[in-house]
Design a protein around this ligand. Structure first.
Ligand code: CA
Length: 239
């Protein structure tokens, strides 16, 4: 496995490399101290995972994240500074898979990386055929992507996994804890902030008006429910 570290501090790169050398020697670490070079290396080196510092000298780490996500679904863990809640949320919104707060311990870094790999390595979904939601909406969980009004919209592994659970349990309320444990792992059972961000990301891709969701509804204080649109809910087309 190859991990790309995009981080301007040589000491932190050194610490991460050492952590892998000692604890997980099958992993090779490559690095870039600049954001632009880092984006380029995702393309040329095809790493299996990216660890991205948000405070970089040339471009903002969130821009780097956005640029990587425009062409790659590689798992990304962002490094944030303690207390910077906004950056964590923005990072997750822009498609980071998890975050680690600096300074961190080796154990914590390895645990996060393993958890991210576990959930981004897609479980083999049985459906090989597209799931038809409505005449204008189909989901292909194997690619994964959805087809909406003739457009193809890509889904990240986590988005697809979360949507899969909701669609498979159509009409049932799935509680926060159930979803968090299934998709993120048991140690995340209370981390509702992840769920919130990912539900919003799916709504943005799926719903006609993400601010008035009709397919993925919030069951306040409980969880979320997937409701198949009825023909009445679909926009009427003039013939
Ligand atoms: Ca930095």
């Amino acid at each position: 496995m190859k991990v790309l570290v995009i981080e301007d501090s040589p000491q932190i790169i050194e610490a991460i490399s050492l952590c892998f050398q000692l604890r997980w020697s099958e992993v090779s670490v490559i690095s870039s101290t600049s954001g632009n070079k880092g984006v380029e290396m995702v393309e040329t080196e095809s790493p299996d995972m990216v660890i991205l510092d948000l405070g970089l000298p040339d471009i903002d780490g969130l821009t780097v994240l956005h640029d990587i996500r425009s062409f790659s679904n590689v798992p990304i863990i962002i490094l944030t500074v303690r207390g910077d809640e906004m950056d964590k949320v923005k990072g997750l919104e822009l498609g980071a898979d998890d975050y680690i707060v600096k300074p961190f311990k080796h154990d914590e870094l390895l645990a996060r990386i393993k958890a991210v790999l576990r959930r981004t390595t897609m479980p083999q979904l049985k459906d090989t055929e597209d799931v038809v939601i409505s005449p204008e909406l189909k989901i292909d969980f194997t690619t994964p992507c959805l087809y909406k009004k003739g457009q193809t919209v890509n889904l990240t592994p986590i988005e697809s996994n979360l949507l899969y659970h909701l669609v498979k349990n159509e009409g049932k309320t799935l509680i926060h804890r159930y979803l968090l444990e299934r998709i993120w792992g048991e140690e995340y059972s209370d981390a509702t902030e992840y769920l919130k961000v990912y539900i919003q990301r799916i709504r943005n891709k799926l719903e006609d008006d993400p601010s008035q969701p009709k397919m993925i509804t919030t069951e306040r204080g409980l969880g979320y429910k997937f409701i198949k649109p009825t023909p009445k809910m679909l926009t009427r087309r003039s013939s």
